[in-house]
Design a protein around this ligand. Structure first.
Ligand SMILES: [Zn+2]
Length: 137
């Protein structure tokens, strides 16, 4: 993977293979997902590809009743809301994603720090089929 470039295109290509590849700073060890070519912590450009385990914890969440068109097309609306959250990954990075396996009907019962694991799922048909990253409680 030495020719990995730290772009969202490269990230999406790995996601399509159901792999969670970000970057890690060779100088200070900070990790990033999606990958960054420059470390926002120490400004080094010495990055290496880094595979995340997909394990993490829920840091923040919101239940969305009126989502963007892509989510409407996926069947979500005010009668079928979804949970969007920020996940603190075990290896240090933070990412926002759809959260599954939580009680959307009772958002107040959803717990911060709930252990989560990455789940890859497909949306769309034929050429529009795309792999998305979600997290499951
Ligand atoms: Zn750094």
């Amino acid at each position: 993977m030495s020719d990995f470039d730290f772009t969202s295109a490269a990230y999406n290509a790995q996601l399509a293979e159901k792999k969670l590849i970000g970057s890690r700073c060779k100088k200070c060890g900070h990790t990033f997902l999606p990958p960054r070519a420059l470390c926002s912590h120490c400004h080094s450009s010495e990055m290496e590809p880094f595979e995340f385990s997909g394990k993490g914890k829920l840091a923040a969440y919101t239940v969305i009743y009126f989502g963007p068109t892509s989510m409407k097309n996926a069947g979500y609306d005010s009668k079928n809301p979804y949970c969007s959250g920020i996940v603190d990954l075990e290896e240090g990075a933070r990412i926002s994603a759809q959260i599954f396996g939580v009680d959307i009907a009772h958002p107040e019962a959803i717990q911060i720090d709930t252990p989560l694991s990455a789940e890859f799922f497909e949306r769309g048909e034929g050429e529009r089929k795309k792999v998305f990253l979600g997290f499951k409680a």
